[in-house]
Design a protein around this ligand. Structure first.
Ligand SMILES: [Ca+2]
Ligand SMILES: [Ca+2]
Length: 301
């Protein structure tokens, strides 16, 4: 390999005293040419970025507290053999209840608009697509709070890649772990996704060009074209809650659910022969189990 410098391998934080958290590889202006490097051409996130794990249910009661949910996290993986453009990708939870939590709860009618999805909250990965790349096969974990959640939880998110920080109040802001940008927000002092079962949706940067705030009669929601949807994970309260689906069937035909709130369970995408399964049906694409929360984990052979 004699050609000029092409890639600068990014660095991982080795000490929490250093104010750096870049895990990304950075593409330099001077690219090498030739067949061997053509494979490294960055691809868009669309079609290549998958939701791998969502932990939303919260932890079982322990240490004298009866509920704990600050340990929620979402993990996304690049399933391609190219870097993908991560900067500007959006991620959030859709508007609507997870089921008949209280007597008389009704599903949202927004799902009847099959050409759009309606977010209750939406975040954005900072930076531009060219500047923030996710290496082939690599993954990121996004924590509600980048903190060590023991002893209330088994999870430690000090090594998360991003956290969701809410500026208005009491939220924890880890000085090392980068914050996502808040685009649309209707939750409380922290981005708590419903422990009854959220619908997590990842959208392409193009979503931010055509999004629109709409009233629902209850609160506002953010309307985004369905064509910008990269990936989905739909969870509802239980097996009888299908009427509360927030996604139209052409985007996600089914739904998953945990055994209950504060069960300590996550939903994780099924892997078949080392390949993450995506049939656009959360009912079969995700399995419920103990959280793994490890980007280095892989059952790829
Ligand atoms: Ca937070
Ligand atoms: Ca932070």
């Amino acid at each position: 390999m004699t050609h000029a410098v092409g890639w600068l391998q990014g660095w991982r934080l080795t000490s929490r005293d250093e104010p750096m958290s870049l895990l990304f590889i950075t593409l330099l202006a001077c690219r090498p040419s030739g067949e061997d490097t053509a494979a490294l051409e960055p691809l868009p996130a669309m079609g290549n970025l998958k939701i791998e794990e969502v932990y939303y249910a919260g932890s079982p009661p322990t240490e004298g507290i009866d509920r704990y949910y600050a340990d929620q996290f979402i993990q996304l993986r690049n399933i391609s053999d190219h870097p993908i453009e991560l900067g500007g990708v959006g991620l959030g939870d859709l508007y609507g209840l997870a089921g008949e939590i209280n007597n008389g709860n009704e599903p949202s009618e927004l799902v009847e608009d099959v050409d759009h999805v309606y977010f209750g909250n939406l975040w954005r990965i900072p930076g531009s697509g060219e500047d923030v790349l996710l290496a082939p096969g690599d993954c990121i974990r996004i924590a509600q709070d980048a903190a060590d959640h023991q002893p209330y939880s088994t999870l430690n998110h000090l090594d998360a890649h991003y956290e969701t920080y809410v500026e208005s109040g009491e939220d924890h802001d880890d000085p090392v772990v980068e914050n996502l940008e808040s685009v649309f927000y209707t939750a409380g002092y922290d981005w708590l996704v419903t422990v009854f079962g959220p619908t997590i949706v990842v959208v392409a940067p193009s979503a931010f060009e055509s999004m629109e705030t709409v009233g629902t009669g209850w609160q506002e929601a953010l309307k985004v074209p369905a064509e910008d949807v990269i990936d989905t994970m739909e969870a509802l309260m239980d097996e009888d809650s299908g009427d509360f689906k927030r996604l139209p069937a052409h985007l996600d035909a089914g739904f998953t659910y945990t055994s209950g709130t504060y069960s300590g369970e996550s939903v994780r995408r099924v892997s078949v022969d080392g390949v993450l399964q995506d049939t656009d049906d959360s009912g079969v694409d995700y399995a419920v189990g103990a959280p793994i929360a490890d980007c280095s984990w892989s059952d790829a052979g």
